[in-house]
Design a protein around this ligand. Structure first.
Ligand code: NI
Length: 176
């Protein structure tokens, strides 16, 4: 496994739509290695999710996980490791909620982003099995954030720009 270099804001790759993983391509050693490396890179950077375009690969693959000891998201609920390939997301209902987001491609910045509260996602797991899940709250937020990456969008596109805060100031805001 290897730590991958993370593309930062301004890199045109972050603004492109990633392409579907083709049948057969998922089982290839290079794709499986990419998934392992995404997981390792996410954990190393204390991320709660990362998408392939963030490591300069234009494929519709993302991973997410939130362990209890993540210093970047001390308040958030735990999310077990999930690898999702070629996701299709359908929101359930109109309910939205605002919540704080950051991104490994956007250093030091946090912002309040409205997201749908409930969704269903169909996707392939890393073995190529078709799966479906329902998500709400913070988990639904992570999925929408990563799906945006696959479509060339970043959280700052959707954030209330008056809420944008440097991480250091944001920590102070939270303590008020
Ligand atoms: Ni991100």
């Amino acid at each position: 496994m290897a730590l991958l270099k993370i593309a930062k804001l301004g890199n045109p790759l972050l603004r492109e739509r990633a392409r579907e993983v083709r049948p057969g391509e998922l089982a290839e050693a290079s794709t499986q290695r990419l998934i392992d490396d995404l997981i390792e890179t996410m954990r190393d950077a204390n991320g709660v999710g990362i998408a392939a375009p963030q490591v300069h690969v234009g494929l519709r693959i993302a991973v997410a996980e939130l362990r209890g000891d993540n210093p970047r998201y001390p308040e958030a609920p735990k999310v077990p490791l999930i690898v999702f390939v070629n996701p299709e997301v359908h929101v359930s209902g109109d309910a939205q909620e605002e919540g704080w987001e950051g991104c490994l491609s956007v250093d030091n910045l946090r912002g309040l982003v409205p997201r749908f509260s409930h969704l269903r996602m169909r996707y392939l797991d890393r073995e190529g099995n078709e799966r479906e899940l329902e998500a709400e709250g913070f988990f639904a937020r992570i999925i929408q954030h990563e799906l945006d990456h696959l479509n060339g969008r970043l959280f700052i596109d959707r954030a209330d720009t008056t809420s944008l805060a440097h991480e250091r100031e944001w920590q102070r805001l939270l303590q008020r």
